[in-house]
Design a protein around this ligand. Sequence first.
Ligand SMILES: *Cc1c(COP(=O)(O)O)cnc(C)c1O
Length: 430
Amino acid sequence: MPSRYRSEFDSVIREVKAHERWFSRSLPMIASENVASRRVRDVMASDLGHRYAEGWPGERVYAGCKYIDEIELQAIALGKRLFKADFVDVRPISGVVANLAVYSALSGPGDRMMALSIPNGGHISHGKRDFSGSAGLVHSLEIDYFAFDKDVMNIDVDETKKRIRAAKQLRLAMFGGSLFLFPHPVKELSEAFREAGATVCYDAAHVIGLIAGGRFQDPLREGAQVMTFSTHKTLFGPQGGAIASGSEFADQIKKAVFPGTTSNHHLHGVAAKALAFAEFLEFGRQYSGQVVVNAQELAGRLAGLGEKVLGEKVGYTESHQVVVDVTKYNDGGSMEKLLEEQNIIVNRQLIPGDLQAGRHYTNPGGIRLGVAELTRLGMGRGEMAEVAEILHEAMGGKKKPKVRARIADMREGFQRVKYSFTESPAYFFS
Ligand SMILES: *Cc1c(COP(=O)(O)O)cnc(C)c1O
């Protein structure tokens, strides 16, 4: 029998190889991305990825789970230590699913949630129904916005207190976001939310690694009652989600995760989360410290080269992100493309003031840069100075081949994954 689909099969493999080759000579700077260690990636390809284990360890409704239960209990135990929480659920298969589980556990359709608007940093999973946001579209939550002060790129405490007092049926507060430069005023606002009858939640999708490493803020000690997150942004684990909270929410959250929002919960991912949590307990403090140093160095250097970096009045950043207003060149969408042509992978970003200026999410005013992955590959302050120069030149767009060559050259020394028990190659698919 001649094979009919062998060439399609092979072409997919070739594309994956091409992708790895491209990324190995690029600057991967998407703030929500990172690179996992070899062992984390190996376990993702194990037999666990074929299995089912609905329910909680020890209470499964599937056979074949004796090792799976041990692995999940380990993941939970490591997670409790890493996030200093009495309850951890590692089953949500993504950050959005973790948010949906929390909405389901703690609010009903038609209730209200206060969150950041998207130009001010909110995530689409916090969004209104009108914008097809998960909170509104999937869970029918009504959304009120935090007041935001763009001069300091943070929530305006006094103005927000007024909005909390005026809000009706406010059941949830959701701190955190996707454009996230400075710790949020959880301490300052939690009491007002609780008095209004709302549960205080914190979406740490982006910054959970910095939180776990002790380099950002500690929401669960500052008044947040529930924390959701992704496990692959600053936390350098597999793509996935998780929830941490006090034990008083455990029963509600467990039910909202299964059967509420998952059936199969991706057991290869659970094992990979356990490994990444162990790596983070060992190396997370050092890693996240370097991430913040690198972001601040990059921001300062870009500003020194004349770029308009947001948060100028407050030191640009205290996270892994740097946000640049690119309206003097073009817009964030065009800039994203121009940089991609030069092997610099970043994403466009809505920034405060965009909507008033008539810009929207396809052509926003900014780009968002993340240093979490470059840091995991071993880069430090010296490299950030060079990355700033490369970016500055690339944004001008006049010498594309030279920029590409300079990046390939620089990347030769950064092909391995650091901050893990055994250093491993970042690209090995073949
Ligand atoms: C990335 C992100 C999410 C979504 O996480 P996924 O794991 O991609 O589903 C949720 N909330 C915020 C604030 C994010 O930035």
